[in-house]
Design a protein around this ligand. Structure first.
Ligand SMILES: CC[C@@H](C(=O)O)C(=O)SCCNC(=O)CCNC(=O)[C@H](O)C(C)(C)COP(=O)(O)OP(=O)(O)OC[C@H]1O[C@@H](n2cnc3c(N)ncnc32)[C@H](O)[C@@H]1OP(=O)(O)O
Ligand SMILES: [Co+2]
Length: 135
């Protein structure tokens, strides 16, 4: 794992949180994107070298909807940039972690992503991210 790629924050109302985080960072999100497969709308902020992803649920079954119901707004996951996501999935499985995606899936911001179950990582949901190859 090379660096933190982004921190994901679950929010109830993306538009309101865009305004709030826009004030916090002194600039608007550089990108907004819906990822239907995850049941989320996202926005991305750059804070110096760091990237923050805000996530609002678009369906009741979305992981974000369930998280908001249980825990309320707040940090939902930490994403790490990896060079080879397939190799990293295999390595983490061999180390005994529960990787939720055998095959990486398409995430936001042009990434391939896979998740590690928080029950096997001290309660923190981990996302692996690799730059998606050009289509
Ligand atoms: C936009 C795409 C992408 C990107 O490109 O960046 C994203 O970031 S998408 C983000 C949303 N997608 C995901 O989170 C996918 C991975 N998550 C999952 O598959 C599920 O959320 C889960 C982790 C398997 C949990 O699902 P489920 O078992 O159905 O949820 P429950 O609500 O029943 O919770 C069970 C248990 O797990 C705890 N939990 C759930 N989510 C988190 C979390 N984010 N961080 C820490 N703990 C979490 C939850 O509290 C329950 O614990 P107990 O109460 O102790 O049983
Ligand atoms: Co994410």
């Amino acid at each position: 794992m090379r660096k933190i790629e982004h921190i994901g924050i679950a929010v109830n109302d993306l538009e309101a949180s865009n305004a709030l985080f826009g004030k916090l960072f002194g600039q608007p999100p550089y990108k907004m994107e819906e990822v239907a497969s995850e049941g989320v709308k996202t926005s991305f902020f750059q804070a110096g070298p760091n990237k923050i992803e805000l996530l609002e649920a678009t369906t009741p079954g979305s992981p974000i909807a369930k998280y908001l119901e249980r825990k309320g707004e707040g940090i939902h996951h930490i994403a790490f940039d990896v060079a080879d996501i397939h190799a990293e999935i295999a390595r983490l499985k061999a180390e005994g972690f529960t990787v939720l995606n055998e095959t990486p899936k398409k995430g936001a911001d042009n990434k391939l992503v896979a998740f590690v179950h928080p029950k096997t990582t001290n309660g923190v949901l981990i996302e692996l991210c690799q730059d998606a190859p050009p289509e």
